[in-house]
Design a protein around this ligand. Sequence first.
Ligand SMILES: C[S@@+](CC[C@H](N)C(=O)[O-])C[C@H]1O[C@@H](n2cnc3c(N)ncnc32)[C@H](O)[C@@H]1O
Length: 232
Amino acid sequence: MGVIDKEKYYLKKDEMLKFIYSNQDKYDDRGISKFKYILSDYFFDKKVCNIPVELLQIFSKFGVISEGKDIYLEFFKLLNELNFLEGNICEVGSGEYPRLAEIMLPKIKLNGGILTIYDPEILYTDFKGIKIIKEKFTKDTNIESTDTLVGLLPCLASETIVEKAFLENKNLLIGFCGCDHSSRNGFKKGNNKYWAEALSNYYKQRYDNEVEMFSWSDNIKLDYPIMARHKR
Ligand SMILES: C[S@@+](CC[C@H](N)C(=O)[O-])C[C@H]1O[C@@H](n2cnc3c(N)ncnc32)[C@H](O)[C@@H]1O
């Protein structure tokens, strides 16, 4: 069974299309063409990993994902359980529409913290209350005032996020994606989840008492590790 709730999807289809087309100036032709699928039933039986994140972000925003299957809401729940929404949060790789940031913002504000996001590809930059930096997060990015680094499927930024969290003593929650971004000896190239597992195992062995590993719930069917690190 897929992640889309058909009933909710039909109810929200027009609204979703209106939203995309009222924001079409943000997209190039290729970007906007992805949304043509909203007109069809194409995603009804698709699992999370078979839906482009650009669409998942919009599906989540409009609440058309079945109960318990929305990765943004589930990741938010985990952040909350770990008490990681206290203090200043930096999300790396938020995507075109920063759906996780949108969900986290009220709680972070309530706790008196600041939310900063980094993504060179972000398209929706008009969120009040979020410090949006349309740039790459690198090993030289200043995170002095950050308490927690967050990355949901942050792809190419994954290793930098993990390294910065350990080197600069930050809380960390990262949900790895299925790509292989091996960049140095020791994390053997394979494909999909093996790289993320190797990276997680490396940090677990090295910093055992600081690392906690999680899996996505059975509902989500995303077989990639989630790694948390608690600052000392
Ligand atoms: C697979 S998307 C995930 C988007 C979003 N987190 C989600 O789950 O919907 C990966 C995103 O990471 C961003 N990214 C990759 N390397 C980055 C870096 N060094 N700094 C910031 N963002 C980066 C890309 O631009 C892309 O938007």
